[in-house]
Design a protein around this ligand. Sequence first.
Ligand code: PMP
Length: 386
Amino acid sequence: MKLFDVYPLNNITITKAQGSYVWDENGVQYLDMYGGHAVISIGHTHPHWVRRIEDQLEKIAFYSNSIHIPIQLELAKKLGEVSGKQDYQLFLCNSGAEANENALKLASFHTGRKKIIAFSKSFHGRTSLAVAATDNKSIVAPVNETDNIIFLPFNDQQALQDCFAKEGKEIAAVIIEGIQGVGGINIADESFLKLIRQLCDDYGAVYIADSVQCGYGRSGMFFSHDYAGVNADIYSMAKGMGNGFPIGGILIAPHIQPKYGMLGTTFGGNQLACAAALAVLEVIQQDQLIDVAKQRGQYLLNRLKTIEGLQNVRGRGLMIGFDVPEALKDLKKKLLFDHNVFTGEAKPNVIRLLPSLAITRKQVDEFLDVLKEAIAEITAHATENA
Ligand code: PMP
């Protein structure tokens, strides 16, 4: 059977990973500045994570949600402790799209309304409502098209105010990434997030913080919305939550009370996924990885700003992006094939860095050295050919 290539493939076969490194089938080592697309939070194959999953596997891997599952309670307690959102309820599912799908559905159940505000360059996943709220027409199937999504320009306070003034009573939810990932590392202004909070309060709409990519400590705060000092009504999470084990979830504020039947999924909250997610939180807590992400991210950001050729260096914590000019358009490929470094990208010309929160200072320096070398090589080559 042929395997469907979900993305255009780079011709590299990865067979092993540890911490911030991965190795291909020939034993060649790569530095992972992409974290498997923001998924690797505590480092590849972290020993505590491996042990936790193995221990759980020997006890019980799965039973469905109609019985008591103590490890789910343990996870909810730890997540409350680490995130500071103790008074929220946790609903567990399996991916970021599923988390957003449930968040949007719940907002509609809660308000009895249909309209959703989303923003330019947003990405919320590929299930029907999540994809409809994603600003990329090419991934919305005809069956997913709906007039219920209103797209507004990101960080545009006037447009948001005007929209609420016009149809505020029909708005079920506003969904926003605190830092847009797929859209190219765009940081929501703190004043914009505060305005969303205020307008949602004024009009009875639900504030959904899509924290699938920018959440779970990556920004140097547990949720990037914490920088604005606002509480969202629903936080969606996935990616870093399992460090590679598929798990997602939503945190639901106390004033929203889903009824039985509104939310549900067979595999959500399975014991193995909970063990993986608990291991992640234990390591985040023990190794103070949110502070590490903040400091190491700031160091990386400051150093990147001094490198000639990179434009508009931006980010928070270990979620960093920069624009590459036309002359450096091959930088990502060069980093991968000539210097064995994985990075991410965003259209049209952004390089995204989303390494493990446990990346060491030495590894950050290693990346910076290689980056400078790669830029110098491209520049020298261009001069030779001039
Ligand atoms: N929201 C955001 C902000 C994301 O970056 C992504 C994945 N790139 C998703 C939702 C969807 O997550 P998943 O691929 O786990 O469905």
